[in-house]
Design a binder for this molecule. Structure first.
Ligand code: GZL
Length: 326
């Protein structure tokens, strides 16, 4: 009996040593995520949690920074204090990163900027993975120009989070096209903070300020578009392919593309949230001592409602919707 007990204890000790050794072998990654402001963000978070798993050899320290810059900086500093192996930052805003990036660099911890961008010299961090937000804005503008075919456009814009590279880039890109169209007028542009409540609030304000004066609404993400749709429904303003107002959105999430298939959103410019595998590939290269590119582009496309054909976007179908990964 005593022998059995001793054997059992030895087995428990070996298993404990193996598990701690296994834990020691995991690559420790800190991820300071923007927050949970949108369907896109949630899809992005789920993607990271599904890739950076113990089975894949990682220990993920995930912080939802709730759209709060101070919380995000604090999260990155805590990763540095914990001396993690890698730090991933999806920056809420572009500004304010130089000091903490220098701290991470001094600590010898590689930093990967993911999704959005920072106002810091690329030499201040290891690499960046994300989409081209300026191109997304240009795609929306090019599609609108094709669709309007020279007709007047009186445009209201519901922007994303103030100071975010997603909002700045999409505005820059759209304006790159708008400047070539004197028949267009951007009447107003306010931030809806990438949330449905924000989109509804801004649209309600626009409906009060500019009744009957606009025929295009551009929303920087699907959740803002849902809010704008609720506000326009309540005001009896029609939108979409059979409505008075052309509705353009970004993200092309499953729900956003459902509205696009239904003709309620005329054009939806994708921003692909499935980015974790690209980041994991970068980390694996760094682990192997290999050089990595300064920037890894995550490619996306655009979609339009049935009945619309475009050189810049794919016409939505039920089959396409069923095949969408997020
Ligand atoms: C874009 C991403 C944006 C999405 C929004 O890459 O940063 O933030 O467009 C999300 O849905 O909130």
């Amino acid at each position: 009996m005593k022998k059995m007990f001793a054997l059992l204890m030895a087995l428990v000790m070996v298993l404990a040593l193996c598990s701690s050794a296994a834990a020691e072998d995991l690559i420790k990654v800190g991820f300071a995520q923007v927050g949970h402001e949108s369907d896109w963000r949630n899809a992005n978070t789920e993607n990271y949690k599904g890739v950076f798993t113990a089975e894949n050899g990682y220990e993920l320290s995930f912080v939802d920074c709730d759209n709060d810059n101070a919380v995000q900086l604090e999260a990155v500093r805590s990763f540095i204090e914990q001396d993690l192996d890698y730090i991933i930052i999806a920056p809420i805003e572009t500004a304010g990163w130089n000091t903490v990036l220098a701290e991470a660099k001094d600590a010898g911890i590689p930093v990967i900027i993911a999704d959005r961008n920072v106002d810091a010299d690329p030499s201040e961090y290891t690499t960046r993975v994300g989409t081209d937000m300026v191109k997304e804005g240009e795609t929306a503008g090019l599609w609108l120009a094709e669709y309007m075919a020279g007709a007047e456009a009186n445009i209201l814009v519901i922007e994303g989070t103030v100071g975010s590279s997603a909002a700045l880039g999409r505005s820059e890109g759209f304006n790159n096209i708008a400047k070539d169209h004197p028949e267009w007028k951007i009447i107003d542009s306010q931030s809806g903070d990438f949330t449905q409540a924000g989109g509804q609030q801004v649209m309600e304000s626009f409906l009060k300020s500019y009744p009957g004066q606009f025929n295009v609404v551009v929303c920087h993400n699907d959740n803002e578009a849902y809010g704008a749709m609720d506000a326009m429904d309540a005001a009896g303003v029609t939108y979409g392919v059979d409505g008075d107002v052309i509705l353009i959105s970004y993200d092309a999430t499953k729900a956003g593309l459902t509205y696009t298939l239904e003709g309620k959103i005329n054009c939806n410019v994708e921003c692909n949230p499935i980015q974790a595998a690209f980041v994991k590939e970068v980390i694996e290269k760094l682990e192997a001592g290999e050089a990595v590119e300064a920037f890894t582009l995550v490619v996306d496309e655009a979609f339009v409602a049935p009945g619309i054909t475009s050189q810049y976007a794919t016409t939505m179908t039920a089959e396409l919707l069923a095949a969408r990964p997020y």
